[in-house]
Design a protein around this ligand. Sequence first.
Ligand SMILES: NC(=O)CC[C@H](N)C(=O)O
Length: 420
Amino acid sequence: MSTTVPALLVLEDGRVHGGEGFGAVGTTFGEAVFATGMTGYQETMTDPSYRRQVVVATAPQIGNTGWVAGGGAASHSSDGVTPDFPASDDESAAIWVAGLVIRDLSPRPSNWRSGGSLADEMRRQDIVGIAGVDTRSLTRHLRSAGAMRCGIFSGPDAERPVDELLAEVRASPGMTGADLTGDVTTTQAYVVEPEGESRFTVAALDLGIKANTPRMMAERGITVHVLPADTTLEQIEALDVDGVFLSNGPGDPAAADSVVALTRQVLERRIPFFGICFGNQILGRALEMDTFKLPFGHRGINQPVVDHRTGRVLVSSHNHGFAVARPEVGVDGDGTFPTPFGAARVAFSSLNDGVVEGLECLDVPAFSVQFHPEAAAGPHDARYLFERFCELMAAGPAATGETAAAVPPSTITPATGEGA
Ligand SMILES: NC(=O)CC[C@H](N)C(=O)O
């Protein structure tokens, strides 16, 4: 091995972990959060929702599958034998995590699709990492103390007095109130063409959209107009769309007032609406529900949620630090509660901590989920929600969030009928 680079992870509460720098050498700040996926570090790191977050991977070894970049080695097959994988595993054009904290860095990637190593790619994109950290102990700490600001200092920066480093961490911006949409949204509108004939046209507001979302829609015959976050209702209506979609994205939903206002206009016009993650929080706010910061959030591809309509449990992919507050006042026996747009219902809940994981409106055609039906790298349990969106658009403005009846294409018998 070449000479090692000293590195320190400094948390805002004063906890310090020593380790070895990898990737770019230098300093980075962000919110320390842990992610529990055993696979998919490339998809995680290129998810724009991780803007300004330092990700702690709970999987003990990272880097094994290298980096599968666009046009990378063996990215497409034409022999009809090897599977036809997408050209890249990137969920966007760049790495968005502010830094990466891991236990072991795999010294040698082994993957026929890999074009290079994780550390080389992080160096190329100027992303600072620290390895050799006891990520199990760190995760337990974040779980009890909550997500908090941190800094990774590697190379000469790691030799500076810890007091100074801690002061810098404490002076760095936190996540509450952060408006980060402008950092990640596309500046130019673009179209993702459907596979086969176009069945529907959707305006997808890019609040930090992941590449797999328009791909999932295109596979279902949807023409997807991916639009900048400041697009107006008039611009959307000029596209003669069947539906409006709000993507995932970084930052605090309480700071996204303009998109909340747009969502209210969409609901008033009864344009079929679907939101994912940040999009779910924004629908919640448009319905005058509160959002709040979770102590340590949900991040990983192994999170159980229940679909209250069917009682079925899905294993789902999550990445959220905020959530919609569960309505406590005025909930009727059927689980509905009043909003300025009529009755609504919590459609999904987390089985780990009971957090609201989805909403559906009973008087306007709108629904949303806090988790990721587009999940890459998997799991695929929630993909049927794209079909539900298609059903909603097929029914048009007269529909409600309840109209769409698509249920998971699963033969598993629900464990219980409760909550349906
Ligand atoms: N993936 C997302 O859309 C995240 C939404 C929001 N930024 C949160 O942390 O909860």
